[in-house]
Design a protein around this ligand. Structure first.
Ligand SMILES: *Cc1c(COP(=O)(O)O)cnc(C)c1O
Length: 629
């Protein structure tokens, strides 16, 4: 491997998807770079993990990096500001962060604090999210945009919050909601700040296609829209309607879809203006994607544009449409969630053990072994690159025949074990030949069947729900030993007892592969894997399958001197906590266990002195982490 093309780039493509955030240090460890200070020395990630371990914070854990989050907020706002200046656009950008994308207090706090300089606001899609938004101090010009289904209580709080200076916009989703607003506004004697959600008919490509077009669950069609306008006019509330909203769905892969949707949104906007609606804000929702694979193409886990291109497209499209119609440029609002928070955190876990589907050596055949055992062993005699496919077929055939004989009682357990081991020895040599050969790449896919299984200390259902539910891809790499070529390939299995709890799609430098290049597990230290870009949607969508709870979460700030500051630590769930989520009372559980112990003592089954040990063990487990410790 030459110095110019390190393993990290040729195999994992780190330079492609992780540019500016990650690098590989000469030690082979992954380093975290501060995008705000590209000149500063990167910080050794395994060292951070060791430091955290010493403080009692073990993996699995979610690691959030403050400057990764701030960089994205700055980038988005700067890109809009640049496009606005370049286009001579006559109104500002006022972004909002949709709380549902990451509701964790640490994240929302940081977004609000850092975003204040850009008048960045919040989007609330439910009552609890509005309650969160109103617990924050926003800048005078920042918006709170309320989407989703709203009852009178939600609407009352939104209207009242305006008395405190919040620019809380109630986005009307239906005529029914408009009627509730009319009633609550009359009762309070206060004018609401209103928006309307329009349903665009353009279909957007990608995973979230169903959030766009005619059949999307949200927004009003032209007929419903006109009825709402007429009702507001009747009630003399039309002057409150200042924002038009639409949302295309998440992770829009193709920038031309954005352009078409924005054009359609502008048609509504200019038409509503000519109807006499005093609109001043055009909210284009979310959809700005993240390039998880780094391929920069319009596919499910990639996007064919950059943040700058997205912003330029939006600004230019709106400017053109408004100028055509002779309408003042609206304040631009977007609700970018994924693009703001996804890259700011990573999930880190250790590999507990591996199951290998090959073996370094093979035992000798014994004189009274079945002839199929010697046939199997003989395959190694003609195993050369040209005949690798034939050898693989033969080995499989003999092994399966022997298994059938074992089931019927013609081959004993020791002989079967010898045969399996001979087979595994052949597999090791076959793997080596296939991996070293340039051609015959169709065999590569089949190699998947004999890839190792690395058993990892995490729950897919708790920590990576989108990987399970919608085949989301995240970059995954080993965090150490990257100065040596990986010698194994593995699929990852989590610690739930669910066969779905596995990862078998990986982003590599040359595309998506069914197994991950990894190293043989070192014996003297942990082998960590990192799953990147997990800061959007993963945390609260996760569930308690097998009662694996929240992982530890740590927020750090990178220091220019190569160190880090621990800003916040949130301990993962204890077993007692997850038990209470499923309606057990931990103290009742302990009392029940204590009773069983006492009964065993009374019955003379155990010595009284064992009581302390048994109850102690139960108590320690109850208060411990749900993951492998
Ligand atoms: C989910 C959602 C968003 C966030 O979308 P991203 O693609 O994550 O930016 C924005 N607006 C609304 C109305 C949403 O429902």
């Amino acid at each position: 491997m030459s110095k110019q093309t390190p393993v990290s780039d040729t195999i994992y493509g780190i330079d492609r998807w992780g540019k500016g955030l990650l690098c590989v240090l000469p030690s082979g460890d992954v380093g975290l770079c501060d995008p705000a200070h590209p000149e500063a020395s990167p910080i050794n990630l395994p060292d951070i993990l060791q430091d955290l371990q010493q403080r009692g914070i073990s993996s699995p854990l979610v690691l959030r990096v403050k400057s990764f989050l701030e960089t994205r907020i700055k980038h988005l706002n700067q890109a809009f500001a640049d496009a606005i200046a370049r286009t001579n656009y006559q109104a500002p950008y006022r972004g909002v962060f949709p709380i549902k994308v990451n509701q964790q207090a640490q994240v929302v706090d940081q977004i609000v604090d850092y975003g204040r300089q850009f008048d960045f606001g919040l989007e609330a899609g439910s009552k609890p999210e509005l309650v969160i938004a109103l617990a924050h101090k926003l800048s005078r010009d920042a918006l709170i945009v309320c989407n989703g289904v709203k009852d009178a209580e939600f609407i009352r709080l939104a209207i009242l919050s305006r008395r405190l200076g919040y620019n809380t916009v109630i986005v009307l989703e239906s005529l029914k909601e408009a009627e509730i607003v009319i009633e609550v506004a009359r009762e309070l004697g206060l004018p609401p700040l209103l928006g309307v959600r329009v349903k665009l008919t353009n279909l957007i490509s990608g995973k979230w296609q169903s959030s766009s077009g005619d059949r999307s669950a949200f927004g009003m069609n032209t007929d419903q829209l006109m009825r709402v306008i007429d009702r507001l006019r009747e009630e003399d509330l039309l002057h409150c309607l200042t924002l038009q909203h639409s949302h295309l769905g998440s992770q829009v892969p193709d920038v031309n879809d954005v352009r078409r949707a924005v054009t359609e949104a502008c048609r509504y906007y200019t038409e509503l203006k000519s109807e006499g609606v005093p609109l001043s804000h055009l909210d284009l929702g979310g959809g700005l994607g993240v390039d998880y694979t780094g391929e920069k193409r319009a596919s499910e886990n990639s996007i064919n544009y950059t943040i700058d291109e997205y912003c330029a497209n939006v600004v230019e499209t709106v400017a053109y449409a408004m100028d055509e119609a002779g309408v003042d440029h609206p304040v631009l609002v977007t609700e970018s969630g994924r693009a703001v928070s996804a890259t700011s955190s990573m999930l880190i876990f250790d590999v507990l053990e591996s199951t290998l589907y090959d073996a370094p050596d093979a035992p000798a055949v014994e004189p009274d072994d079945h002839h199929l055992v010697s046939d199997l062993a003989a395959v190694s005699g003609y195993l050369v690159p040209d005949r690798v496919r034939e050898c693989w077929n033969d080995a499989l055939f003999y092994r399966d025949e022997l298994r059938a004989l074992f089931r019927r009682g013609y081959v004993d357990l020791r002989q079967m074990a010898r045969a399996e081991r001979i087979y595994l020895g052949l597999m090791a040599r076959i793997k080596e030949i296939v991996q070293n050969s340039e051609e015959d790449s169709d065999l590569e896919d089949e190699l998947q069947k004999i890839a190792d299984v690395y058993h990892c200390n995490f729950s897919l259902f708790q920590s990576l729900p989108d990987v399970w539910a919608i085949d989301q891809l995240h970059p995954i790499i080993p965090l150490q030993m990257l100065n040596t070529a990986p010698d194994r390939r593995a699929v990852l299995s989590d610690i739930t007892c669910d066969s779905d709890g596995k990862i078998d799609q990986f982003i590599l430098a040359h595309g998506v592969a069914p197994s991950l290049p990894v190293h043989s597990l070192p014996e003297d230290r942990p082998y960590y894997l990192g799953v990147f870009f997990v800061g959007a949607y993963q945390e609260t969508l996760g569930d308690l399958h097998n009662l694996f709870g929240d992982t530890n979460v740590v927020t750090i700030d990178l220091r220019p001197d190569g160190g880090f500051d621990l800003l916040h630590e949130q301990e993962g769930d204890t077993i007692a906590q997850v038990l209470s989520y499923v309606e057990y009372d931990p103290s009742d559980c302990l009392a029940a266990f204590r009773k069983t112990v006492d009964e065993a003592i009374s019955a003379g089954q155990i010595a009284p002195s064992e009581r302390k040990t048994l109850i102690g063990a139960y108590r320690v487990s109850m208060n411990g982490y749900t993951y492998f410790e």
